[in-house]
Ligand binder design. Sequence first.
Ligand code: SIN
Ligand code: MN
Length: 204
Amino acid sequence: MILEPGLFLFQARLNVAMQRQLWMECRVLADGPVPMYTPTVRGGRKMSVGMLCLGKHWNALTYEYESMRSDHDGLDAPELPQSFVELAATAAADAGFVMRPDLCIMNYYTAESRMGVHQDKDERAETIAAGIPIVSISLGDAARFVIGGLTRKEPTRPLILRSGDMLVMGGPSRLRFHGVTRIQTGTAPEGTGPGRINLTFRQW
Ligand code: SIN
Ligand code: MN
């Protein structure tokens, strides 16, 4: 479904078996040798999500990407699995974009987690200027996601992102403001959840 130029929502793109498998792979990574953690952003506030970056690490203090987690424990970001890359690149291609994802931010939301409205603009200027998309996969509990325009002032529209949905934000929609206002607890398909995992794939 095309929502706006460059903004695509593929509902139920992943079937329940794929959702379960991906959920399990994410849990294994989150509990692995380079574990998920709760970032503290500049200003000292803790985020309400758990985060694990794959491929490259997003430093919550500098808002820059780096190979090791210098704002946390100094460990190298785990590799981005090739199977994850293919899921994202295929969805991007179906939306008409050529994308070579080289990093993914995994966020884990509990009932209380939120994501304030923001733009994804920490990737390379060339990538953003080319409109190379952000590709998101939602798993587990559904979320109320809001997406607006290119300025903070423009009104946002709500979208429910359910387990198995994929969202592509590219071209003229690459820098739309967006956030997560609520988690709909108890909605996760069996074998996923509790809570919500969101994967955002990016090309640095
Ligand atoms: C994000 O914008 O980083 C996450 C979006 C989401 O959780 O759906
Ligand atoms: Mn974002």
